[in-house]
Design a protein around this ligand. Structure first.
Ligand code: 3H9
Length: 686
């Protein structure tokens, strides 16, 4: 292996360059190389200043996460950062790409920082269940200010080079070639003494002492976002220590908090998920040399909520969209909603007026179906009816250009059946977006029996271009996500009859960490989804609610009553309906424990996930987890249903399901894979 750190000279400046693809992670060899380079600078009298820069796409993107959990190799990162800061000659960090985590800590160890305006600087450790553990929580507030450091450490959100310059984190923005300018800067500062050491700066701390409420206000403002997570609070406390204690004590406290987090379950889950997300992009079994098809224009059929949201993803990524509707009114309404959504994003400062204007210009709304002939990918987003979908695909078969990918946004229907109805099944696949489609990160790409490898690869790569996390799913009812929702729904409804209330079941799910429970979700999505629209036919609780206009939040009543601010409260009407049904069906009501709810609604999901794996409908267990975290808000600090099951112990899951088996009756059957793995003491994800 070649040494990732090399040094060159430019006059009296030593340029230290890291070349450790893909992201210049600070693995052992990089750390050793950095310390050696600083020693070289110290020992060579002709060196008057040092520049640290990186080759490739980015400055150091952080500690090497693959080293976590393994025996430590010296020098550890805090010592490397200290060695840089203690260098007797000025050290300048030249930042491009992403200076993340340990990477930003290295930059903070440097005496000066210069950056390209488009660079990103951040401490995303909190997203891995950690905090910056190489002095970052103590140096960042001293350089960028306490408020900024609090925000960056506790949320993990990076700032741009320009913002970093504005808050003092970067000393100069570079237009043009980074390293030559950084060398020029090093020459400018080479004789300034004393050297500005981040750990010794006090002036930014004084500002925050005038505002003692800062920390509690920050906690309050972010309470919802941080609910259930351990790392944000640890980050807040660590930054707080910078105010209360001298630097030398602050770093000891930081280390203590870092180690506590590192040994916890949440950090393990969040680090697992980091790699799970990246693994999801890898498609198994593609023939070597498969190349993606070119996609220059996308067609979308249907300008409703889904079609509009789908279109916005492509427009925002600079890809022109032709959107087709049946009549002018629907087309105008759809285009109007998109415009309003864009304007709302602009008002929140998420997009510039220029970006909105550019995205809008790329949209071609039309009533002429034949205009789809220019598109390289066409996504059908009409309502869920197999006959309607087949009719549309038949028309596409006649007009789409050869090699165009024909996708359905169906959430449940059989993609193979749609494919079989036309002459080019190899071009057909599913692209299941989650609502709201312009916001939700998840995209299930459904691989049909005949889907061509290059069509699948194209869809996966496009997903990345539109900043979605895509997961490959096989053809089965509900694919991965909605299929696992079904057992949860069935058991949750039965539990109502047996004695639980919607409030209790939802509370158990929310306490578990889900954003909402099954009945809150039903009220939000609409209790009437899938309802047969016949008030005289009342076969279950949902029918009964729909029949009396309790369609959910949109009607002010569903499983809950809602006030005019959409605040829910338990409904006596619903309680009576449930009890009435229980009596009619001869179900004896009893006290239901929270544990039973967990076993019947969450363990059953794990069981379904295992069936999906055993049938080959997901490529790997971690893909199931990615679907649930990004599609349904499963708490990432529990890793996802399959990782969570592994953490609980598969024998515990099996025991729980066995306890409930009789009650669940014919609705439930064990996954062989689950039983097998539990029997052998194996795991799904490790
Ligand atoms: C830390 O620094 C702790 C310290 O405070 C204290 C220590 C004492 N390590 O994301 P991509 C791999 S914690 C190892 O697809 P992009 C990644 O798995 C760290 N590997 O590219 C993937 O591998 P593969 C704080 C890493 O261009 C490949 O690189 N830092 C690391 O879309 C490409 O990654 C972070 O949390 C790593 N640190 O995005 C930053 N990072 O090809 C984490 C990436 O085999 N990284 N890999 O699948 C990122 O946010 C993104 O990777 C980045 C590039 C934005 C840099």
């Amino acid at each position: 292996m070649t040494d990732p750190i090399s040094t060159t000279r430019h006059g009296d400046v030593l340029i230290v360059t890291s070349n450790n693809p893909p992201v210049n992670a600070l693995g052992a060899a990089v750390r050793q190389g950095l310390v050696a380079a600083i020693e070289q600078a110290e020992q060579d009298d002709s060196v008057k200043a040092v520049v640290i820069a990186c080759e490739g796409q980015t400055f150091f993107a952080g500690a090497d996460i693959t080293e976590f959990g393994k025996p430590p190799v010296m020098p550890w990162l805090p010592a490397v950062v200290d060695a840089i800061e203690n260098c007797s000659k000025p050290v300048v960090a030249a930042i491009h790409g992403t200076a993340f985590g340990g990477g930003l800590e290295v930059a903070l160890g440097c005496h000066y920082r210069v950056a390209l305006p488009g660079a990103k600087l951040g401490v995303p450790e909190v997203k891995l269940g950690l905090l910056p553990g190489a002095g970052g929580t103590q140096r960042l507030p001293r350089v960028a200010g306490v408020e900024r450091a609090l925000e960056m450490c506790a949320t993990g959100t990076p700032i741009s080079g320009k913002e970093a310059f504005d808050c003092g984190l970067v000393d100069r923005l570079i237009e043009g070639e980074l390293v030559p300018h950084a060398v020029g800067y090093a020459e400018e500062v080479r004789d300034i003494r004393p050297l500005p050491k981040s750990s010794e700066r006090e002036e930014r701390l004084a500002e925050a002492r005038d505002n003692p409420a800062l920390f509690d206000e920050f906690r309050k403002a972010n309470a919802r976002k941080f609910r259930g997570f351990e790392a944000p609070e640890a980050n807040i406390r660590a930054v707080g220590v910078a105010l209360d204690k001298p630097y030398s004590e602050g770093v000891i406290e930081e280390r203590k908090l870092f180690m506590e987090l590192m040994s916890g379950n949440q950090a393990r889950a969040q680090q697992y998920f980091f790699f799970a997300e990246r693994k999801a992009a890898k498609i198994e079994g593609l023939p070597e040399g498969t190349a993606p098809r070119e996609v220059k224009r996308v067609g979308v059929i249907g300008a409703g909520t889904m079609g509009g949201g789908i279109s916005m993803n492509f427009l925002s990524a600079g890809i022109p969209v032709t959107i087709v509707e049946m009549n002018q009114e629907a087309l105008d309404r759809g285009a109007g909603v998109m415009r309003k959504n864009y304007e709302a994003s602009a008002a929140k400062g998420k997009l510039s007026a220029e970006q909105v204007e550019k995205a809008t210009r790329l949209l071609n709304p039309t009533l002429d179906f034949d205009e789809l002939a220019q598109c390289d990918l066409i996504i059908e987003a009409v309502y869920e009816d197999m006959d309607v979908k087949k009719e549309i695909f038949g028309r596409l078969d006649r007009i789409a250009k050869p090699g165009a990918i024909l996708a359905s946004n169906t959430s449940y229907l059989n993609v193979d059946e749609i494919a079989a109805s036309i002459s080019r099944p190899q071009d057909v696949l599913g692209m299941h977006f989650f609502s709201p489609a312009n916001i939700m990160k998840l995209l299930e790409i459904v691989r049909g029996a005949k889907t061509a490898p290059d069509a699948l690869m194209t869809a996966m790569q496009l997903a990345k271009r539109i900043r979605k996390v895509a997961v490959v799913a096989g053809v089965c009812h509900g694919f991965i996500g909605n299929r696992m929702l079904m057992p949860r729904q069935v058991e949750a409804t039965k539990l109502l009859l047996e004695g639980a209330s919607p409030e209790q079941i939802d509370r158990v799910h929310v306490e578990f960490g889900m954003p909402m429970g099954p009945f809150q979700m039903a009220d939000l999505a609409g209790v009437d989804i899938g309802w047969h629209r016949d008030v005289s036919r009342v076969e279950n609780i949902r029918d009964a609610l729909c029949a009396i206009d309790r369609w959910g939040q949109k009607k002010g009543a569903g499983f809950y009553d809602y006030d005019d601010k959409r605040r829910p409260s338990p409904s006596p009407v619903v309680k009576a309906i449930i009890e009435d049904f229980a009596t009619k069906q001869g179900v004896e009501r009893r006290e239901i424990s929270d544990q039973e709810i967990v076993e019947r609604t969450l363990y059953t999901m794990v069981n379904e996930g295992a069936k999906i794996l055993e049938e080959g409908m997901a490529q790997r267990a971690s893909d199931v987890d990615v679907v649930w975290v990004y599609g349904y808000g499963w708490p990432v600090y529990r890793g996802g249903p399959m990782f969570w099951a592994d953490s609980e112990g598969l024998d515990t899951i099996v025991e729980g399901l066995k306890r409930q088996e009789a009650r669940m009756g014919s609705d439930f059957s064990f996954s062989k894979l689950l039983l097998d793995k539990a029997g052998k003491g194996e795991k799904f994800t490790r």
